[in-house]
Design a protein around this ligand. Structure first.
Ligand code: CA
Length: 342
């Protein structure tokens, strides 16, 4: 006859075994999930080409890319002139974010008509002291990374694209090994959801380079103003980002304040306490990972010399995120990425 103590011991041992097995499984499953998220081989290799320092949304896009476990950020290159200030800003930001594992590239020469608004944030920072790798010829580094990669690299391009046009000139075969995801154009709507289409900044600053990028024989996906022009964080969503203690997000907020001061000195009225500016470039980072929240159309697009992206049967067929399925869900995703530890 079994004693009460024996029954308790058997129950304890059995329960412990079941619990142990369950915990073991949970640990094994979470280990697999963590491993999958951390394995470079399963991540999406991305090169970010950015006119960071002009509008602040590039800095949001960089912080976001650093916070996406799906992305292996292989290189960040400044584009559209202002070569050294942009590379310096990228380097200081990566350092502040604790990500000096990411190399910095200095972009190609290009005339630039934008004002560099984050100059104050990089005062006293020396690019040569960056603890990570700096490629003085960022375009060549981009080409070599693409050509040497085992799998296609996604070029996330969030500014005018003289770098990309130069890369295509130097090595046309990159089209066989890369995808282009850009924040470019205006298909049905203009700035601020205006029904009149616009010559969008990233196109109109250098229409010839944009035409080269969009007509190249690689997969092209863009977020035009139709989708990216609608993204602004306000209220509780914005407050979560503003108050985040994560290193990349804190560095982002520092930059947003510096940028706002520079803008406000020229008559703008931006209050970084209450809302973001329009976060155009963050959508391009999202599209490198997922298309789920957008309606995508395949369209023949011609880039004219005035910077318009026109539907034209003679144009190159590209894919464009022309409408949101769920903009609120995108905003939630963005906030989540910028405020949660990975
Ligand atoms: Ca930009």
């Amino acid at each position: 006859m079994r004693t009460a103590l024996h029954r308790r011991v058997v129950r304890f041992v059995t329960t412990s075994w079941i619990l142990g097995a369950a915990i073991g499984c949970a640990v094994a499953v979470s280990a697999v999930i963590c491993e999958a998220a951390d394995q470079p081989a399963k991540k999406i290799p991305v090169i970010l080409s950015t006119d960071i320092g002009d509008d602040i949304d590039d800095t949001w896009a960089l912080a976001l890319a650093l916070q996406c476990p799906e992305i292996e950020l292989k290189l960040v290159v400044g584009d559209y002139g202002n070569r050294i200030p942009r590379a310096t800003l990228i380097a200081k930001f990566l350092e502040a974010a604790g990500r000096t594992d990411v190399p910095v590239g200095v972009g190609c020469e290009s005339p630039c008509k934008a004002k560099f608004n984050q100059a104050k944030w990089i005062e006293g920072y020396d690019l040569e002291k960056y603890r990570g790798k700096v490629y003085q010829d960022g375009v060549q580094a981009m080409i070599e990374m693409v050509m040497d990669s085992d799998k296609p690299i996604t070029l996330v391009c969030i500014g005018p694209v003289p770098n990309i046009a130069e890369a295509l000139r130097r090595e046309p075969r990159i089209v066989e090994k890369a995808k282009f995801v850009g924040m470019h154009g205006s298909i049905y709507r203009g700035y601020g959801n205006n029904p009149n289409r616009a010559a969008e900044w990233n196109v109109v600053c250098d229409p010839a380079s944009c035409r080269a990028a969009l007509t190249a024989k690689w997969p092209v996906l863009i977020t035009p103003l139709d989708t990216c022009g609608l993204v602004v964080l306000r209220g509780e969503k914005y407050a979560k980002v503003r108050d985040s203690e994560l290193a990349p997000t804190k560095a982002l907020m520092e930059n947003y304040r510096v940028w706002s001061e520079a803008h406000n000195a020229r008559g703008a009225k931006i209050d970084p306490q209450h809302q973001s500016s329009t976060l155009f470039d963050t959508v391009a980072v999202y599209l490198a990972i997922s298309e789920e929240l957008c309606e995508i159309e395949s369209l023949p697009i011609r880039v004219d010399d005035k910077g318009m992206t026109l539907k034209d049967p003679a144009g190159a067929t590209i894919r464009a995120a022309v409408r949101w399925k769920d903009l609120g869900a995108f905003e939630d995703w963005l906030v989540d990425r910028l405020t949660k530890t990975k």
